[in-house]
Design a protein around this ligand. Structure first.
Ligand code: SF4
Length: 543
């Protein structure tokens, strides 16, 4: 039997031309009739639907048909699911992700089994019974280590009367999935990100283990033989033309039906959203998926996979999700994408998420629609979790020392740039010496300075009461930290250009602007902190 990558090598080009189909090939009514008779869509019919959907009335008909087909086969339930992140260390460089290796702004945390156990107890106390364990490609968190976390989750769920353990992780070998299934894993979630090979290569920088396109494409050909038949596939919408990625996802699902006789357990519908320190995720691109097209995609998936669950997630706002979720889908309400984030509740995660109404309120909305909520039991409040105390004063002396150290490094950086003005680098030895010094400077800013920024954000938000003035200022400081992370990346890219060309002009522009902005930022923070301490002292009468 051929694996999916072997099949897709042949069919991928046809998918590309179907994604750009100028006119529908089949009548809309014929496609709907076929979908009602035999649930599912072949790729040609899906491409015709995309072409029909250019007309707004036809688009509306597609939504209605999707609802009808879905209602015929789906159970009257919505399943709750909650992600729990285990680690944010990652050796990949996926350019759209807040946990990419070079993102100096990302805080790196790896939960010990004890820490994970505490976090899990908290979310189980909220009533959640479907747990999705999530981890990045952390070399110290291989499948054998992971199996212990799966076992613990399984044991705790069993003690509470049952539940489900899912996993979103790096992709593994078949025998690893056998081990994880034995530990209690029931379903696996994995997005191909994009099925378009050239764009997959662009988004996953050379050296990233994840860059192996075929190995990822063939994931299900290793998972299913391992005995795990509940699988969730999909693409991250916004990395390439959504038409291509949606058709390829349908093709992948149809392959699984033919090869293994299974319906995907769930279909992923994530859209690319802003992540901290990730420039590529923050600007709209020609691949950004507008809301109206996003709704069409959900209807196409409901038609193509009427027995599968669409995986609604908090990348989208509540209004969007609640307007599109249907019987038989998966729904996330509580979502923190940082390891230990449910206990800490104060750290930016892998990407930005929306706040939702309480889980009970959402279950009430489903009940009013005649849908039963699954995997959400009654709450059993725990003692208040250990959160960092807001009474801990910041170590002001240490904080000032760190600012002084950063200022000294800015002066060194400025001196190296001044040297480049005098000796731009005609001489290869001079150029190499300047680049070596700049590398050390970048290392300092990406480690020491960024670490300072993260600790300072925590200390500031705990120390200064959330007055409207203070919270706007604190947000501005966080944005400036993020900008510094992005500017350091830009500066490093310019170092590579300079190394090749010997022309330092852009390097000088980016460097001088960054140095000026960081100096202003440090002064702004110090002035703000002095004002806050002064008003706090006058309020408490201390001297
Ligand atoms: S998408 Fe996953 S593998 Fe890629 S950088 Fe982010 S956490 Fe790592």
């Amino acid at each position: 039997m051929s694996t999916f990558s072997e099949v897709f090598k042949v069919t991928g080009a046809r998918t590309e031309s179907l994604a750009a189909l100028p006119e529908p090939v089949h009548p809309l009514e014929d496609i709907f009739a076929a979908a009602e008779k035999n649930p599912g869509l072949d790729v040609e019919d899906a491409a015709s639907l995309i072409a029909w959907a250019r007309e707004p009335e036809r688009r509306a008909e597609i939504h209605t048909a999707a609802q009808r087909v879905r209602e015929q086969v789906a159970p009257h339930t919505v399943e709750f699911v909650i992600p729990v992140y285990l680690t944010s260390f990652c050796e990949n460089e996926c350019l759209y992700c807040g946990y990419r290796q070079s993102n100096a702004l990302a805080e790196r945390v790896r939960l010990s089994l004890d820490e994970f156990s505490r976090e899990l107890d908290l979310i189980l106390s909220w009533g959640h019974r479907q747990i999705e364990l999530v981890l990045s490609e952390d070399p110290e968190f291989g499948p054998e280590v992971l199996a212990r976390y799966v076992e613990l989750t399984r044991r705790k769920l069993d003690r509470l009367g049952g539940g489900v353990v899912g996993l979103c992780s790096p992709v593994y070998e078949c025998e690893d999935y056998v081990r994880l299934a034995a530990a209690g894993l029931e379903w696996v979630v994995e997005w191909q990100e994009t099925y378009h090979r050239p764009h997959f290569d662009r988004w996953h920088v050379t050296g990233s283990p994840k860059r192996d396109f075929e190995y990822r494409l063939d994931l299900w050909d290793r998972v299913i033989p391992a005995g795990i038949r509940k699988i969730a596939l999909g693409a991250l919408l916004g990395l390439y033309d959504w038409r291509y990625d949606v058709l390829a996802t349908i093709e992948h699902g149809n392959y699984l039906r033919r090869a293994y006789g299974l319906e995907p357990h769930a279909i992923g519908i994530p859209r690319l959203k802003p992540a901290r320190g990730v420039l590529a995720s923050q600007k709209p691109s020609r691949f950004t998926v507008p809301d109206d097209d996003y709704r069409l995609i959900l209807s196409l998936y409901h038609l193509a996979f009427p027995r599968s669950r669409l995986f609604f997630n908090t990348r989208e706002n509540y209004e969007m999700n609640i307007s599109m979720v249907a019987a038989g889908d998966l729904f996330t309400v509580d979502c923190d994408t940082f390891p230990g984030g449910y206990l800490r509740n104060d750290t930016p995660g892998q990407f930005s998420t929306h706040g939702f109404p309480s889980r009970r309120e959402v279950a009430g909305v489903f009940a009013a629609r005649g849908l039963k909520s699954l995997y959400l039991d009654a709450e059993t409040p725990l003692p208040a979790p250990d959160r960092p105390s807001s009474a801990v004063p910041p170590d002001v002396v240490k904080w000032r020392e760190e600012h002084a150290k950063i200022r000294a490094a800015l002066q060194d950086w400025q001196a190296i740039l001044a040297g480049l003005v005098l000796h731009p680098g005609e001489n290869l030895t001079d150029r190499q010496a300047a680049l070596a010094a700049l590398r050390m400077t970048m290392h300092f800013f990406k480690t020491y300075a960024m670490d300072h920024c993260r600790r300072e954000e925590h200390a500031f938000s705990r120390t200064f009461a959330p007055s409207p003035d203070a919270s706007a200022k604190l947000q501005a400081f966080r944005d400036e930290h993020e900008r510094l992370g992005i500017d350091l990346d830009k500066f490093e890219r310019q170092m590579t250009s300079y190394q090749l060309s010997g022309d330092p002009s852009v390097l000088l522009t980016v460097g001088e602007r960054t140095i000026r902005e960081v100096n202003e930022h440090l002064a702004g923070e110090e002035e703000f902190a002095a004002r806050q301490f002064a008003s706090r002292d006058s309020a408490t009468g201390s001297r």
